[in-house]
Write a protein of this length. Structure first.
Lengths: 543, 543
């Protein structure tokens, strides 16, 4: 029944920008941002955002322009999540762990006209500055780290705080006309060689932010420490979700367990997020307290948390909310919703249930696990299939890549590439997190991308890269290489070659020179290599 | 920036129906509904909803058909909130306190083809059954109260449980094509004589339900007792919001403080809602416990809670969430968001701050207080203006009443008719809850409607009705009557006359025969009558 069309009186656009304008009034005098000794109230936070937005417009930002930020979890990075879209721009928050060439590719592909770069990261930009003709405006952040002059130059343009002063501190109207306009592009390495630009919409970001708020129980009394990089899916949308709750953002230039424990104690932290590797680093640090009071909620995703870490967090009185998602789903999309009855189970049984990826958020649509014909696999906890999603928390598509979008969206569903089973209780559990993706220290590494790099070495005939166990990072890339006839190279040379092309975390830590196992049709059997490496160990990836 | 149109892969319709289909799986074995000794799990709740929806379709329900329910807060009423729209219908939940003629008007105006009526309320329908030719299907509920045969007959058709058995217990797809289709029509008396049908959309109900969930902190551990009638704005959207959280609905045929206290104790109730008059009835009852453990959250709206009741609820360890809204805003629209700093204030200062209506929900758009030229009044806490709203939590319009809709939506904003001030901290505070509306026991009574009724008495020349203090109900209607020359009548006769036309709670409790105070242009000065009645008392309405 659709009597009349809805009047504009009864319809407003869903955008997370409204969370800030609302709380700039509601929590005017409450602390919104903590960074070292600095404190910004919600009113000051909003004013800085208005300054940024109007300064960008004054500098010539046009609606839809991409604005890149290369910065750690410091206040300007948080401000960018509101100021850039409020100016009508699209935020491109770049992974600070990438190599110069990778960053250059992202800036080129997104066509960014503006870049705001932290002084600490300026050396990543200088060598590629000349390759970025579209980049008209560079702003640098002189924060704890000051910009050093360099013979390469390349960082013309104002300092961030000076740039803000060219704007106006008064509220700007939200300029979008459609809630499905793009708010940000997040580049992911995925499983193919080149990074792809995942487009988030205002509507999707709004709904996902409220979803995160609900699933992790954020309120105006929440204090959230930024252990999770904001360049990961806009901080899993907590940049917006925490602001919606009226809670306090505790910014952090660099993850350091000692500093995080101090902040948890001194700032009364109630919430943080991170991959299980972050939790492991925290609980194994000597500054770890005997117990957390009051209890802290920890959102984790990126890899299934082990029963060990769940048990350790439990001892600390922390509540772990285990979530799962991809950049293409605005970050977390499912949650392992706790059942009241689990409380009575033995710790190991409970941990096994909690290590599953669970069910769609209340604000998302249900996830499915399907076979190659898009039929649901039986809910038997055994039959494997691919996780597919649909709905408001699926990206709009890959920026300027209709082919990749069509592939990912085939049959009308987003194909995660992740292999899972469906349990009888409707909870999914991953069996393979993307066939070939290596997760090292919470970062996704595409084995194909590393292979393509190594393939460029003149001595290499064939190469296969898989994740192998690594004590600190969970896993790390290992390359199996066959040399061309008559040619030769060394482990050191290949690793050095990769370091010239890729972020260090993507580079293999070991090279083995060997013949590669193949199928009868000549396809390299990576699973054979993986199985050998993981023999006798509890392997994250069992596919 | 709007590259491509959003694919259906990345957009799904916002509808509260998804909360139930999601939790039918996620909380399959968890108790969803408690009613006396009866217990339904989420799976059973959903199955009953699927039965209802498919039974309605099988009985001939067409998309957009209105389905009226006249029932107390029992499971079928809750099931209707999902089953009717899932079948493609529009729910009309009728106020059970109305008189036969008023109910007949609502059924006629909405053109309801289906009516489900509780046996206890059957006598309201029998006398008017013949006036309802559009009403093709009547279903009756034989619950605690069984249907009595009557010489008037008029209740052909199946019993509810039998009717359910004509359906199928399997999930039905959501049949709407646009999230702005109508999910329900809620009739309000407003300030004019005839009830108006306020149209709620799926999108609006979805967003308001999540708003209620967030503002009152509902989780899967919540247990909510239905003290608030579901026929009031679909239970302020808690029918949908609590279901979204996975919490437990405790149904209740009749509000009785002793029963509510028992349920709070025996069922572990964590949340309930009600007008301040409901809270007063509870705290003044002998069964009141010394303290509530664990703390209970109480949503209140409909009138500002007095410092006395706020203090009493605080003593009980209850958290009061004070909200404000109208039927036209899906129920509560603003919340008196608590500031952390208020905790340190003396109880009376804190109560005065908490008695304000506050700020828009996080999921709504900000409210304004404007003068007659739609200019914001100064934020001085003194200058009065009208509260106006806009956005997803404003009704789509009045059903089949474009003229009333246009009036309410003039200047592009919904005009609440409520008079308020804006405080310097951005919180609104009502000064007059609708110029002439009388709020008695949490029910709105239109003084105009009562006047129009009394005007129909042959002896009456002029009449003015205002709210006067009433110990139990907060206020009650009093009529000031001038008789026609040579005619005469009595207080008893007028009251009896009204009782034949109106719900009893709308009928005046006192009649005073007097000349009416008027302006020089002959307009009756109701404020003069009100001021005299409220002299020396702390008056709710100061306008």
């Amino acid at each position: 029944m659709s009597q009349n069309n809805a009047s504009p009186v009864s319809r407003s656009l869903l955008t997370p920008l409204k969370f800030l304008t609302r709380n700039a009034v509601t929590y005017e005098k409450k602390i919104a941002v903590v960074y070292g000794e600095r404190r910004f109230t919600y009113s000051e936070f909003a004013q800085r955002v208005y300054l940024l937005a109007s300064a960008l417009k004054k500098a010539g930002l046009r609606s839809g322009d991409r604005v890149a930020f290369l910065a750690p979890n410091i206040p300007p990075m948080l401000e960018a999540h509101f100021g850039v879209p409020l100016a009508g721009g699209v935020l491109v928050a770049v992974n600070t762990r990438l190599a110069s060439k990778e960053i250059a590719y992202i800036l080129q592909h997104s066509g960014a006209r503006f870049l705001c770069v932290d002084a600490e990261l300026a050396d990543l930009i200088r060598p590629v500055r000349s390759e970025l003709p579209d980049l008209e405006h560079v702003i640098h952040i002189d924060d704890e780290v000051k910009l050093q002059s360099s013979p390469e130059g390349g960082l013309e343009g104002p300092e961030y705080e000076e740039f803000l002063q060219t704007g106006e501190p008064t509220e700007l109207p939200v300029s979008i006309e459609d809630e499905e306009e793009i708010i940000s592009i997040n580049y992911t390495s995925g499983t193919t060689g080149r990074p792809k630009g995942v487009m988030f919409t205002h509507r999707g970001a709004y709904l996902n932010a409220l979803g995160e708020l609900i699933e992790t129980g954020l309120t105006c009394e929440s204090v959230y420490v930024w252990t999770l990089p904001m360049f990961h899916c806009n901080g899993w949308c907590f940049t917006w979700g925490l602001t919606a709750s009226g809670g306090t953002h505790v910014c952090l230039r660099k993850f350091d367990p000692a500093v995080v424990w101090r902040l948890i104690r001194d700032e009364g932290v109630t919430h943080f997020c991170g991959a299980p590797v972050v939790l492991t680093a925290l609980v194994n640090h000597p500054d770890r307290p005997a117990t957390l009071m009051p209890s802290v909620t920890v959102g984790t995703a990126g890899a299934p948390p082990s029963p060990t870490i769940l048990g350790q967090m439990g001892e600390l009185n922390a509540k772990v909310v285990h979530m799962y998602g991809l950049t293409e789903t605005y970050g977390p999309h499912t949650v392992c919703a706790s059942q009241l009855t689990w409380k009575d189970l033995p710790a190991d049984e409970r941990a096994a249930l909690q290590a599953r990826q669970g069910v769609g958020f209340v604000a998302t649509d249900p996830v499915r696990v399907v076979d190659e014909n898009m039929q649901d696999v039986p809910s038997d906890g055994v039959t494997m299939g691919e996780v597919v999603m649909q709905g408001n928390n699926v990206m709009k598509g890959y920026y300027n890549d209709p082919k990749a979008t069509a592939t990912a969206f085939r049959s009308g569903w987003f194909h995660s590439g992740d292999i899972a089973v469906m349990h009888p209780d409707g909870y999914i559990e991953l069996r393979d997190r993307g066939k070939d993706v290596i997760i090292t220290g919470g970062e996704n590494v595409s084995s194909i991308e590393v292979e393509q790099t190594i393939y460029r070495h003149p001595a290499v005939l064939e190469v296969a890269v898989v994740g192998v166990p690594h004590e600190k990072w969970g896993e790390s890339p290992k390359a199996f290489v066959t040399c061309k006839e008559g040619a030769s190279t060394t482990e050191e040379e290949i690793i050095e070659f990769c370091r010239g092309e890729l972020a260090h975390f993507k580079c293999p830590t070991t090279i083995e020179f060997t013949a590669l196992p193949k199928t009868s049709t000549g396809k390299i059997q990576k699973f054979v290599l993986r199985e050998k490496e993981w023999a006798g160990r509890e392997k994250r990836i069992q596919g």
